[in-house]
Design a protein around this ligand. Structure first.
Ligand SMILES: Nc1ncnc2c1ncn2[C@@H]1O[C@H](COP(=O)(O)OP(=O)(O)OP(=O)(O)O)[C@@H](O)[C@H]1O
Length: 728
């Protein structure tokens, strides 16, 4: 997401840009690649011809960064892009279409397979497992598919595949009498994608179709497990992009889609007018498909009239971006508008807009008001602020509209499968509030992963009376306390600072942080840095955050006079977007009702975590094999950094420990005996599957049966209440 105006480390070519944090020096990476090319590792790697056959990394022995990397590399070379890593599916991005990998036939194959987990690793296994869990009604019935990875790794692609899978296997409409495609709910659910991507994605240095927001999509299923609706929740749209794009990047796709020659004619804009907020317009991307966006909008009920309002707003924003200011001759007067800025904004009264951008209104009581000319810099800030607030509100309106169009009535659905597509860890040369929020979200998800899978599994074995040799895992609670702790976490202190009726002072805030948080092991400071900053040791690596500008970003103030102006717009949609907005309730210094960016983000993340905790999660880690997005190119250094950042080796260790240390080594004998009983009384068992394990639940203790049939062979173990099987 946004790194402000800061320059990013590397440019997508140098290999230092971080989505999954690059936490080690080059030297350290070389070391981790070569550390153990001896003994067991050497012996394992000797049979290079076989490495691509390891479809589950828990079968690799020994599990080291080198062995895991080599297997993935061999599979990639063999054009095998999915590999299990215990409870996680690793998806390597091929960066080119792979014929028949996601075809209808392949979907059917996985959907109809008696044991899908025995088929080749594929994202459809994850999809099918989740789907069968819903059918099996084993608690928790609702499912979450968590897709993570750095920018360009393939999260959006994966989410789209998953949605298409459910829209196919859980299709409801074939049962309906209406053949009208507009009516088809699954089509409408899929149509939400091009709209959200047009308005929320942009071409960045790392990905030509980068999602600039996080999203959680709930696919709603009825009692017969048919898709009857969906809802979308979005997080942290990078709205700063609308009013300024990092060098060599672009604005949101929709601006390019809607400013073709044909569209310009319609909006009465000259075909050669240049827009400051439309950089790199000469680049034509696959994503610039206006017709698809418009068609999807129509399907979802955004009719031609509403579309007209939307596109007029977008055209107005581009015009606004061309407004520039220069100092007035007389300093006591408002700044002048540059000559080229005298275009008409068309959405608001021109004279009122020009006043609002250049003159601050200070209210003293209800009646009297003082007018103060803004500085040159302030004028630009107000212009950008106007654009950001309009675009963010428009995006929110679209999401609400989409939800109204695809969400099923509460009485018609009973379970859901949620797809979470979130941004990976970010670490740029300069990091600010956006990165802190994103990295905080990743810490929460990592904790969820650890808590759900690792901790829960260890506890489960203990409660089942099974022998378990504990595997160490990294607990990131300390880091979370540092960020979200009340009253002395970074977020709380930041909010406190923002509520004080005084101008923000980065140095002062830095001193406050040091005073309150110096005993937290996850926080540190570079004593030689001139810029006020703090460094957080995230589970995926250290990230330094600039303090300058952080308070302003957190307050995200919108001058009340801009909101008053927007409320008066003659564009019905723009008017509607701001009709209920209280102009003074937001971002005005000193007011209690200030809702800061971090408190909003923390609240929405807490709701998301609650949902995730109430579901059975399935994790997919997307890996970007090279930073240049080149087809079928595997850069070891790039991959290993991502594997380390998402803790995949640790995950494999634990999954492998689960399988080897007790499933196979100690308790397999008991399972041999129980299996035969299972075959006879299968119907009495309920099966729940997640990658890496299968659980069979029975009302009575499986141990009762364990002694009856001593000679049957399968890999698994009986606990006190469950039988756990190793997935093959
Ligand atoms: N399975 C796949 N097969 C073919 N191409 C793929 C696959 N996955 C990803 N890609 C290619 O990689 C590009 C980047 O993928 P995607 O947009 O899904 O990344 P992302 O992780 O969502 O990135 P961001 O966080 O920036 O949104 C896609 O536009 C597509 O060209």
């Amino acid at each position: 997401m946004n790194s402000g105006e800061s320059q990013r480390i590397g440019n997508g070519h140098g290999g230092k840009v971080i989505g999954g944090v690059r936490k080690k020096s080059g030297h350290a990476h070389r070391k981790s690649l070569n550390d153990s090319l001896e003994g067991e590792v050497k012996a394992f790697l000797i049979d290079e011809g076989q490495l691509h056959t390891y479809d589950d990394l828990t079968k690799v022995n020994p599990v080291t960064p080198t062995t895991v990397l080599k297997c993935l590399q061999a599979r990639y070379r063999a054009k095998v892009f999915y590999t299990h890593a215990g409870c996680t599916l690793v998806a390597l991005n091929p960066f080119q279409p792979v014929p028949d990998l996601y075809s209808l036939d392949v979907m059917k194959e996985y959907h109809c397979a008696p044991q899908p987990q025995e088929s080749k690793p594929h994202i459809f296994i994850v999809a099918e497992e989740a789907y069968r869990n819903v059918q099996g009604q084993v608690e928790p019935v609702n499912q979450s598919l968590v897709v993570s990875g750095e920018s360009g790794a393939g999260k959006t692609w994966t989410s789209r595949c998953l949605m298409k899978y459910y829209a196919t296997v859980a299709a409801c409409s074939s049962l309906l009498k209406s053949q009208d495609t507009v009516e088809r709910i699954e089509k409408r659910v899929l149509d939400s994608n091009p709209i959200m991507e047009a308005f929320g994605n942009a071409c960045t240095l790392r990905n030509s179709n980068s999602s600039r927001f996080g999203k959680y999509i709930q696919l709603q299923l009825n009692r017969s497990q048919l898709l009857v609706g969906a809802s979308v929740q979005t997080y942290l749209l990078e709205k700063t992009r609308v009013a300024g794009q990092p060098a060599n990047e672009r604005n949101f796709h929709i601006f390019y889609q809607a400013s073709s020659d044909e569209q310009r004619r319609e909006w009465k804009m000259s075909h050669d007018q240049r827009f400051d907020w439309l950089p790199n317009a000469e680049k034509t991307l696959e994503e610039d498909c206006f017709d698809e966006t418009v068609e999807a909008m129509l399907h979802l009920g955004i009719n031609a009239e509403k579309q007209g309002h939307i596109f007029r707003i977008l055209a107005g924003l581009l015009q606004l971006g061309n407004v520039t200011f220069c100092s007035a001759m007389d300093e006591s007067q408002p700044c002048d508008l540059e000559e080229k800025s005298k275009v008409r904004f068309k959405l608001l009264s021109d004279s009122e807009l020009q006043t609002c951008l250049r003159v601050r209104t200070l209210r003293a009581g209800k009646q009297s008001a003082l007018f103060k000319p803004c500085s040159l810099a302030d004028c630009s800030v107000r212009r950008d602020c106007l654009a950001k607030v309009i675009y963010a509100q428009l995006f929110e309106w679209l999401v609400t509209f989409i939800n109204d169009s695809i969400c099923a009535d509460n009485s018609t659905w009973c379970n859901f499968i949620g797809l979470l597509d979130v941004y990976g860890f970010e670490c740029f040369q300069f990091n600010n509030l956006e990165q802190l929020c994103i990295n905080y979200a990743n810490e929460k998800l990592q904790q969820h992963f650890v808590a759900h899978y690792l901790k829960a599994q260890q506890e489960e074995y203990v409660s089942e009376g099974l022998e378990w040799s504990f595997v160490k895992y990294q607990d990131n609670q300390g880091c979370l306390d540092l960020i979200e702790g009340i009253p002395t976490g970074v977020f709380s202190l930041l909010n406190e600072e923002c509520l004080l009726n005084r101008a923000s002072d980065a140095k002062q805030f830095r001193v406050r942080l040091e005073k309150e948080l110096s005993d937290n092991g996850s926080m540190s400071w570079d004593k030689f840095s001139k810029q006020p900053h703090f460094t957080v040791a995230h589970y995926a690596g250290k990230v330094s955050y600039q303090i300058e500008g952080m308070m302003e970003k957190n307050k995200d103030p919108v001058p009340p006079e801009l909101i008053y102006l927007l409320k008066k717009s003659e564009n019905p949609l723009l008017h509607q977007l701001f009709a209920d907005r209280d102009p003074v309730g937001q971002g005005t210094r000193g007011l209690k009702q200030v809702v800061t960016v971090v408190s909003k983000f923390k609240n929405s993340l807490e709701s998301l975590m609650k949902i995730l905790h109430s579901t059975t999660p399935h994790y997919t880690r997307c890996i970007k094999p090279n930073t240049d997005c080149r087809p079928l190119t595997f850069k070891k250094e790039e991959v290993i950094m991502q594997l380390e950042a998402c803790g995949i080796v640790e995950t494999i260790h634990i999954s492998a420990a689960v399988v080897r240390s007790w499933l196979v080594r100690r308790a397999v004998r008991r399972w041999h005996r129980a299996a035969i009983v299972l075959q006879r009384s299968w119907r009495k068992w309920r099966v729940s599957r997640s990658p890496g394990s299968t659980k069979l639940h029975y009302q009575r203790s499986p141990l009762l049966y364990a002694d009856l049939h001593p000679d049957h062979k399968r890999d698994g173990v009986t606990g006190l209440n469950q039988i756990l099987l190793e997935s093959t």
